[in-house]
Design a protein around this ligand. Structure first.
Ligand code: FRU
Length: 496
C-alpha cells in the first residue's frame, strides 16, 4: 500500500535554510515561555516519553513536531538533568527517517536492560488521512549517552488480529525475569483495550493477549492511550489515557482524560482485579502522563500539560505546550496523590512569608509574580466561599474557589482575555472535604499553574495565557478566614 503524503510529514533533516533559526527567534519573544517547565524552543510538544533515572542522570524525552504548533511528524526531543530541576537541552533523540516509522516516532517508555537504556516506541505508519498501522520499535542509549536505533527494527511489525491500526505507546516492565510490553489499542469493534506482548530478552516478542482490565468503561471509549504500570505501597497501579469518556459529575470534562486504576495485576492470567478507578488530575490541561522510578525509587510522574484538538493562544507564535513539573506519587487513604517532587525546592530563590486575616466579604492582594511557588495554609475557615485568584489584574484572573456548603473546589479560567478551550467549558471541579483548615500549594510559571490541594489529594494542571499586567495573587472570602503564606521566587531551570 502506498504511504500517505502531506507537507507536515517531514523531519528536521528536511528543514530549509534558516527555517529552524527563524522559528526559534520568533517563539523566543513570547512572554508565555515557561522558565522551569520543559517546553519546546519552537514547534509543538506532547507526551513525555522514555522517562528514566539512568547512569546518575534524569532523562526526559518527549513528542515533538518542530515546524509549527500542530501535530505533524513526531520526533523524540531530549533533555537531561542531574537534579531534576536544571535541564540541559540535548540534540533530538529520534528522527523518524526509516520506513518502519514513516509517519512519526510515537510515544513509548524506557527500561534499563544490562546497563543500557532500552527506549521502546511506536513507529507510526499512515496510508491515508485515517488509515494507519503501527510498528513497535527500539532505540538503545549507551552509558555514554549515544542513542542508536536497533538494527532489526521493528521488534513487532504491524498489529495483532482483532485490532485496528491504533496500537501504540509501549510500556515495558520486567517481572520475575520476563519482560512484558503493555500497549494501548483499539479493538475492531472500535472500543479501547490494553494488549500485552511477552519476551525473555526484551528484543524478541510474542503476543500474549488482551489484559482483562475489569473496568466498566462505557462503550463510548474508543481507544486507550499511553498505558503506564507500577507498584506502589503494595498495590498495582495502571495509569491510562482513555479517549471517548463522557463528562460525569465532576469528572471527565476534557476532550480526553486520564484515569488511574488501583488493584492487583496477575500478569500470567492477564487479569487486573480493580479496587477503584478515578480521574487523576482535575485540571484542563493534563494528558498522557508517564511514571518512572526516581533516585530513591520513589514513583515520579511527568505529564503533557496540554490537550488535543484545542487551539492554544501560543499557537500563533508557533510553539505549543509544556510538560508538568515532576510529581511524586503516593497512595493515601486508598487514593493516588500527586505532590511536587521534593527536588523542586532547589529552585527556590527569595522567599517571603506573611499572614492575613479576612473578615466578611473581603479580599486582599498578597503579592504578585510570574514564576513562583506559593504555599498557603488556610485556617479558622468561617466562610462558605473563599479562595485564591492567580494571574489577577483589574480584568483578569484565574479563580480557585472552595465551597464549604457544597464541599467542592472549582477552578475557573473564564476571566482571562486569551480565553481558549471554552467549547469544553471554563470550569473544572472536584469534591473535597473542607474543614477548618486547608493546605494549598501552587506552582506558577508564566503560562501554567499547577495547584496541589491537601498534599496532592486534588490537583489542577492548567495553562493560562495572561496579559502582561496580570500577575497578582489575591485571597478572598465571604466570611472569616486566616491565611498564612510563603512565597518563593523560582529560578530558571531550562533555556528558552
Ligand atoms: C497521546 C498520543 C499517543 C501517541 C502520541 C503521538 O497524546 O496520541 O497515543 O503515541 O500522542 O504524538
Amino acid at each position: 500500500m502506498t504511504r500517505y503524503t502531506e507537507p507536515k510529514y517531514r523531519t528536521i533533516f528536511d528543514a530549509k535554510e534558516n527555517e529552524l533559526e527563524q522559528l526559534r527567534e520568533k517563539s523566543a519573544k513570547s512572554p508565555w515561555k515557561p522558565a522551569y517547565h520543559i517546553h519546546p524552543q519552537y514547534g509543538l510538544i506532547n507526551d513525555p516519553n522514555g522517562l528514566a533515572y539512568f547512569n546518575g542522570e534524569f532523562h526526559v524525552f518527549y513528542q515533538w513536531y518542530p515546524f509549527d504548533a500542530m501535530h505533524g511528524m513526531k520526533h523524540w526531543a531530549h533533555a537531561k538533568s542531574k537534579d531534576l530541576v536544571n535541564w540541559e537541552r540535548l540534540p533530538v533523540a529520534l528522527v523518524p527517517v526509516e520506513d518502519y516509522e514513516s509517519h512519526g516516532a510515537y510515544s513509548g517508555a524506557a527500561l534499563e536492560v544490562d546497563g543500557k537504556l532500552y527506549m521502546y516506541y511506536t513507529g507510526n505508519i499512515k496510508y491515508g488521512p485515517v488509515e494507519r498501522s503501527a510498528n513497535q520499535c527500539l532505540a538503545i542509549m549507551e552509558q555514554d549517552g549515544t542513542i542508536t536505533k536497533y538494527d532489526n527494527n521493528p521488534l513487532i511489525e504491524g498489529v495483532p488480529e482483532g485490532y485496528t491500526g491504533h496500537v501504540r505507546d509501549p510500556k515495558v516492565l520486567e517481572k520475575d525475569g520476563r519482560y512484558y510490553m503493555l500497549l494501548g489499542a483499539q479493538r475492531e469493534n472500535l472500543t479501547g483495550a490494553i494488549i500485552v506482548y511477552e519476551s525473555d530478552n526484551g528484543i524478541d516478542w510474542s503476543f500474549k493477549g488482551e489484559l482483562n482490565l475489569k473496568l466498566d468503561l462505557p462503550d463510548s471509549v474508543y481507544m486507550l492511550e499511553c498505558p503506564d504500570y507500577f507498584e506502589l505501597n503494595d498495590k498495582d497501579v495502571i495509569v491510562v489515557s482513555p479517549q471517548g469518556l463522557k463528562p460525569d459529575g465532576h469528572d471527565y470534562h476534557n476532550i480526553y482524560n486520564v484515569i488511574y486504576v488501583l488493584g492487583e495485576l496477575n500478569i500470567d492470567t492477564l487479569t487486573f482485579e480493580v479496587e477503584d478507578y478515578l480521574e487523576l488530575d482535575k485540571g484542563f490541561d493534563f494528558y498522557a502522563p508517564q511514571t518512572f522510578a526516581g533516585k530513591n525509587n520513589e514513583r515520579l510522574l511527568f505529564a503533557w500539560a496540554g490537550m488535543g484538538e484545542i487551539d492554544y493562544p501560543s499557537d500563533s507564535e508557533q510553539w505549543a505546550h509544556c510538560l508538568s513539573i515532576p510529581r511524586e506519587l503516593d497512595i493515601v487513604n486508598g487514593k493516588l496523590t500527586q505532590k511536587p517532587a521534593r527536588e523542586l525546592e532547589q529552585l527556590r530563590k527569595d522567599s517571603t512569608a506573611g499572614e492575613v486575616d479576612l473578615e466578611k466579604g473581603s479580599s486582599v492582594t498578597i503579592g504578585s509574580g510570574e514564576q513562583y511557588e506559593l504555599e498557603l495554609d488556610f485556617s479558622k475557615v468561617g466562610s462558605t466561599q473563599f479562595g485564591l485568584e492567580l494571574f489577577a489584574s483589574e480584568n483578569e484572573g484565574l479563580v480557585l474557589e472552595f465551597d464549604r456548603m457544597k464541599q467542592t473546589v472549582s477552578l475557573n479560567r473564564e476571566k482571562l482575555a486569551a480565553a481558549f478551550g471554552g467549547e469544553y467549558g471554563f470550569v473544572r471541579s472536584s469534591e473535597l472535604q473542607i474543614g477548618e483548615t486547608l493546605k494549598v500549594q501552587v506552582f506558577v510559571d508564566r503560562s501554567i499553574a499547577e495547584i496541589f490541594i491537601n498534599d496532592g489529594e486534588v490537583v489542577f494542571t492548567t495553562r493560562v495565557f495572561p496579559k502582561e499586567e496580570s500577575k497578582g495573587i489575591r485571597i478572598f472570602a465571604d466570611g472569616k478566614l486566616n491565611c498564612r503564606y510563603q512565597k518563593h521566587e523560582l529560578a530558571q531551570g531550562i533555556s528558552i
